[in-house]
Design a protein around this ligand. Structure first.
Ligand code: BGC
Length: 349
């Protein structure tokens, strides 16, 4: 069985390697891999900047954005051979904190959670893999070509839930949302905004390539001007920030309507300094009852919300989000950015 592996903390260690065939334990599914998506986190891991191998091993199998077809399922698991499934990324810490003990491992308080393909557990970028049936999510059979988008969709389903819960602390009737960044997270956040019936605007630097068309395809509005110009014209009720770029984050915080909610989803590198008018930002947040909330990962509820969102989305639009498919033996190519890439996936079958 071949898998995409790295030696964590070691740049240029990515290698497609032969690994032992996985053997399902009690309550586990045996799955034939179909595809694994590649995101910024995977690139960071491949660059040696993030990621941890399982204890006692020196290599980590990559892949937290998964899609596979069940080969064997234990009886009573609720799954059957042939089901299209995605594996959940995170597992609770071994001595669960209060959040993990309640199934909210996406909100882990002590940082001792583990993550498939990221932190101390092998991922799903392999020809076959196993997963506990409690951490597998079944997809509509029609999603075979795009179901690999479920993990990033679960991340934005959680972000939207955070926005709605934070907004729900008083009367909340948002109309206009600005999504910053038209990468996979931004585009999927825009999709979920449109599905909520909101007036969705997406901001990105590029003016050409597939992004403007994808945004238009949702019935949303594309912007590439300076963010301060965009926010002062739109005064969005909600901002979903998906660039992780410091200046964009700060302008998003400063540019909402009163009672605005900004949800930050982008993981930025540390060490980039910026001079900001902290007094003015603080003053606006206080006087407008604004909230800035960070959001990472997703629990089972968000995966189910994501699966529903994908099932009702336009399939052709979702397919256009996957701009490149790279076969397993050439997996390394998926980690080198090309013009017009949105979501790049490694095919495993
Ligand atoms: C993944 C999350 C994960 C986070 C931090 C992201 O790329 O989508 O599931 O929690 O990285 O490791």
């Amino acid at each position: 069985m071949r898998a995409v592996t790295v030696r964590p903390s070691t740049a240029r260690s990515l290698e497609v390697r032969e690994m032992p065939e996985p053997a399902p334990g009690a309550g586990e599914l045996l799955v034939d891999g179909l595809a694994a998506g590649v995101c910024g986190t995977d690139k960071e891991i491949a660059a040696g900047e993030y990621g941890w191998a399982p204890p006692g091993e020196d290599r980590l199998v990559l892949g937290h954005e998964s899609l596979g077809r069940v080969r064997e399922a234990p009886s009573g698991s609720g799954f059957a051979a042939g089901d299209l499934v995605v594996g959940v990324v995170r597992r609770p810490d071994p001595r669960p904190c209060g959040a993990c003990a309640r199934g909210e491992f996406d909100m882990c308080r002590n940082g001792r959670y583990t993550e498939r393909g990221i932190k101390e557990r092998h991922g799903y970028a392999s020809e076959s893999w196993t997963v506990e049936s409690d951490y597998a999510v079944r997809l509509d059979p029609g999603l075979e070509t795009v179901g690999v988008l479920l993990e990033p969709t679960s991340v934005v389903a959680k972000a939207w839930e955070q926005v709605e819960r934070v907004g729900g602390r008083a009367w909340f009737d948002p109309r206009r949302v600005l999504v910053t960044g038209a990468g996979p997270i931004g585009l999927l956040a825009a999709l979920l905004g449109v599905q909520r019936g909101l007036d969705v605007h997406v901001l990105d630097r590029v003016t050409r390539g597939p992004k403007p068309d994808l945004v238009a395809g949702l019935g949303a509005t594309y912007h590439s001007e300076d963010i301060a110009e965009v926010t002062s014209a739109l005064r969005p009720d909600v901002v979903i920030e998906a660039t992780g770029a410091g200046p964009v984050v700060i302008e998003a915080m400063a540019g909402t309507a009163t009672y605005g909610v900004v949800c930050l989803t982008g993981v930025s590198p540390a060490g980039r300094r910026l001079s900001v008018d902290a007094g003015s930002i603080n003053r606006d947040l206080v006087l407008e009852n604004d909230v800035v909330v960070g959001s990472v990962n997703a629990n089972l509820r968000h995966y189910r919300q994501g699966a529903e969102a994908l099932a009702k989305a336009d399939r052709a639009w979702l397919e256009r989000m996957i701009t490149r498919r790279v076969p397993l033996e050439r997996a390394a190519e998926a980690f080198t950015e090309q013009d017009d890439d949105i979501k790049v996936v490694i095919t495993l079958d």
